[in-house]
Design a protein around this ligand. Structure first.
Ligand code: ATP
Length: 508
């Protein structure tokens, strides 16, 4: 097992053991690709939502919120293109009976070639030492050039086949590349078939005559169909944005990797409406803003990177992902897309309602263009866990697991711990709890040795433990212990509030 796989397993086990994330319906052996957030998970998730909402809605005078229904009129999904085009190509291996996304098999193959290029670069770097010029090497070394050409050829074949919906060509590509099933090792593949990712159900009490409706696969369409409502009632002037946090559902073909890819998940999306022709300017603006949002959490820059889309979706004229260094490597965390007037234009056509904005500055009416920022809440949660999870060897030889969750996101801000369960210490501790509970999520515990209680708080990422002892009753002082340094200080009770407040500050 690689180090990363090992770390991923540990994070998943830790998330369960400490009440962050449970498998859905675990007592019935679980439901694939659905997860429940436990007592600490729900707090962390709420804190991430609040951080996003504040930074998008509260801090922008021209962005407002929305909470649209999950069920929408079925024509919505016809207009958006999801009924016809929200498909993934799938393929089965006849020996292992495992199902794969055909395009992902090809992309994994490309990644293998890329790894070979990287290895060659590292070798050359060692050989040439200080004189090594990476750019020159990449552009002149014949083996590298061949490999890069090979990648370009594969991408071209894949994306053309996908765009033109030529499933046989994808199958042929998989065969030509000699791709084998990772489980059976065989090349015994079925044909490639299209699979629509939307879940459907029926509305109405009679199945006869009932209408087929979908569980929304993205929150964005709820925003588009409310564009007119909000623009008019909010008297919004372009440029302006509408933000929404909510559940989305996709019947993913392969849903693995814990909360990274689920069939029910949560998105935080913002659609920013702009004048046609100004979309690229705003696209660049949101790219920078969104990256700053991630960095302001305090997670280092090295863990993030931008990735430009090789293949643009049918509605986009520019698209970048923000990728995070998850335990399984750099993967998409957020998408920033310039969606042109595709969505509003389509809803205008399908609904027959005029969706236009009169722009007094240029004295013209138009269908606004849209720049979207779309981030997975669950993936952000996983990014925070990945960064936070630390196993430490301490000076005395013992070990601890500490979750270095950015303090403002931590589920519990302070644990109030009476040293013993008698002599009036619990009552005093509860008094302190009561003075803090209005502002901070606190935790009270009187069981077990103080050392054990500290360790449990480290494991859920609580920035401060406050211990009440006999001296507290005499002089109103407590011991405050900080999570990361484990430093302990004796302070007056009246100082606690301010100390916590300072620790929760973050850039915004
Ligand atoms: P991927 O390529 O990983 O399937 P996507 O490009 O289809 O993702 P978008 O449609 O751009 O994703 O959705 C926006 C965001 O929603 C993604 O960046 C991701 O964080 C999140 N997301 C998408 N699908 C899932 C899923 N199945 N489980 C959890 N989060 C998801």
């Amino acid at each position: 097992m690689s180090n990363n796989e090992d770390k991923f397993k540990k994070i998943i086990a830790h998330a369960k053991e400490y009440g962050f994330v449970f498998q859905s319906s675990e007592i019935y052996d679980g439901l694939a690709a659905a997860y429940d957030y436990g007592q600490y998970g729900v707090e962390l998730k709420n804190n991430i939502k609040e951080y996003w909402w504040k930074s998008m809605v509260q801090y922008h005078e021209n962005i407002v919120g929305l909470d649209a229904a999950i069920f929408m009129h079925p024509t919505t999904w016809k207009a958006s293109g999801h009924v016809d085009a929200f498909n993934d190509p799938m393929i089965d291996n006849k020996d292992s009976k495992k199902r794969y996304r055909a395009d992902v098999l090809v992309e994994d193959h490309i990644e293998k070639i890329q790894l070979k290029i990287q290895k060659d670069v590292e070798k050359a770097r060692k050989r040439f030492g200080d004189d090594f010029d990476e750019v020159q090497f990449l552009t002149t070394n014949q083996r590298i050039i061949d490999r890069q050409n090979e990648i370009e050829d594969i991408k071209k074949r894949l994306y053309t086949a996908m765009e033109e919906n030529r499933l046989d060509d994808i199958r042929e590509l998989i065969e030509d590349l000699g791709i084998v099933c990772p489980v059976s090792g065989s090349r015994n593949w079925t044909d490639v078939r299209q699979f629509n990712l939307m879940f459907s159900t029926e509305m109405g009490s009679l199945s006869e005559g009932a209408n087929k409706i979908y569980l929304r696969p993205e929150t964005a369409q709820g925003i588009f169909v409310n564009y007119l409502n909000i623009q008019k009632t909010g008297r919004m002037k372009i440029p302006f944005g509408i933000a929404q946090i909510g559940k989305a559902f996709r019947n993913e073909i392969v849903a693995r990797q814990f909360i990274f890819r689920m069939r029910e998940f949560e998105q935080m999306e913002m659609q920013f409406f702009v004048r046609p022709g100004q979309e690229i300017k705003w696209f660049e603006y949101w790219k920078e803003q969104r990256m700053n949002w991630h960095l302001n959490m305090g997670i280092p820059e090295t863990e993030y990177r931008f990735h430009e889309h090789d293949k643009l979706a049918h509605y986009a004229n520019a698209a970048f992902d923000i990728e995070f260094n998850f335990p399984m490597g750099f993967k998409e965390l957020e998408g920033i897309h310039s969606r042109t007037d595709f969505d509003l234009g389509a809803h205008q056509k399908f609904s027959g309602k005029k969706i236009q904005y009169f722009d007094p500055e240029i004295n013209e009416s138009y269908v606004p263009y849209v720049v979207e920022t779309s981030i997975g809440l669950d993936r952000t949660f996983l990014a925070v866990l990945t960064f936070a999870f630390n196993e430490e060897k301490l000076e005395d030889g013992s070990e601890r697991v500490v979750m270095r969750i950015p303090p403002f996101l931590a589920p519990i801000k302070a644990a109030i711990l009476p040293l013993v369960k008698k002599d009036g210490l619990p009552e005093k501790a509860m008094e302190i709890f009561d003075t803090l509970k209005d502002d901070y999520m606190c935790f009270y515990e009187e069981k077990d040795s103080i050392g054990k209680r500290y360790r449990r708080q480290d494991a859920i990422g609580t920035p401060y433990c406050i211990t009440v002892d006999h001296q507290t009753l005499e002089d109103n002082t407590v011991t405050i212990r900080e999570r990361d340094s484990m430093q302990q200080d004796r302070i007056g009770i009246e100082q606690i509030h301010e100390i916590i407040k300072n620790r929760l500050k973050h850039k915004s």
